[in-house]
Design a protein around this ligand. Structure first.
Ligand code: CP
Ligand code: NVA
Length: 302
């Protein structure tokens, strides 16, 4: 039976850990110049209804490196942009492709695609979740502290309770991580996810509370794609929610900083912090390739 990856909890904890280990193997093999063939003859359809650099390129390159092929579909130039229903696109692409990545607005659009698609659907970002990014984030931290040490860390999310925050909540619930989320009132993550995560996730209003003794500090833009009309109001609401040197001083002396990118330097993170040795953002971006290759093998492979 086909399996979709729409949210992190579509994986079990053991499966998630195995996937991170496979990603790290694929990464090592790549540095040794070894090429994979696990997806020879397979094609991935990639629907992008929002902009993307990392997700688009890493899936495309990932398919190529595993012996497969990727086809990019933007609304402009396809019938998707002219209103063809996702349920129809799902069945048509299912006749050509062995998997579909979708980046879209409402999460229900990705769910509809998955429901009607005969082949696995991967969430490349919706308004509600960004699970592929959090897989890469987890790999980045696992590489930094060791695969068995994740549960001993204190994770802080500082900023918008957006798709990234929601996927981090799922990661905390799945792996039993301690996660403190600091966001201004009115910008909370999804309440049902928080409820399900129970005592693993705490909500704070003061970014200093989240940063204090944190081992990993993560953030993301204050205005996500689709929220542009609220940008000015958000800039006011998020004042003080910037990862800067002062905030970092409250964290563990060896704390590291993540940002899924693209970043707005001077808003959610300072240029100094982003460019400092504490920042793991370039490894984090590269790890998108390795975790997604492991995911593609799992969902599209034999
Ligand atoms: N982090 C991330 O998903 O980047 P893109 O928007 O460039 O894909
Ligand atoms: N939260 C951001 C992530 C971009 C990768 C957005 O949805 O625009």
């Amino acid at each position: 039976m086909k399996r979709d990856f729409l949210t992190l909890s579509d994986l079990g904890a053991a499966e998630l850990q195995a996937l991170l280990i496979r990603a790290s193997e694929l990464k090592r093999e790549r540095t040794q110049g070894q090429r994979g063939h696990s997806l020879t003859g397979k094609t991935l359809g990639m629907i992008f209804e929002k902009a993307s650099t990392r997700t688009r390129v890493s899936f495309d390159v990932g398919m190529y490196e595993l012996g497969g092929h990727a086809v990019h579909l933007a609304p402009d130039g396809t019938q998707i942009g002219r209103g063809e229903l996702m349920r129809d696109t799902a069945r048509v692409l299912g006749g050509y492709c062995h998997g579909i990545v979708i980046r879209t607005f409402a999460h229900t659009i990705a769910e509809e695609l998955a429901h009607f698609s005969p082949v696995p659907v991967i969430n490349g970002l919706t308004d509600l979740h960004h699970p592929c990014q959090v897989l890469a984030d987890l790999l980045t931290i696992a590489e930094h502290v060791g695969f068995t040490a994740l549960q001993q860390l204190r994770f802080a999310w500082i900023g918008d309770g957006n798709n990234m925050a929601n996927s981090w909540i799922e990661a905390a619930a799945l792996l039993g991580l301690e996660l403190v989320i600091a966001c201004p009132e009115g910008y909370d993550p999804a309440p049902d996810l928080r409820l399900r995560a129970g005592s693993h996730v705490h909500l704070a209003r003061d970014p200093r509370e989240a940063a204090r003794n944190a081992d990993v500090l993560s953030t993301d833009v204050w205005t996500s794609m689709g929220d542009e009309a609220e940008a000015a109001a958000r800039r006011r609401a998020f004042r003080g929610f910037c990862i800067d040197e002062l905030l970092l001083q409250l964290a563990h002396p060896e704390a590291v900083v993540l940002h899924c990118l693209p970043a707005h330097r001077g808003e959610e993170i300072t240029d100094e912090v982003l460019e400092s040795p504490r920042s793991l953002v370039w490894a984090q971006a590269e790890n998108r390739l390795h975790v997604q290759k492991a995911l593609l093998e799992r969902l599209l492979g034999h």
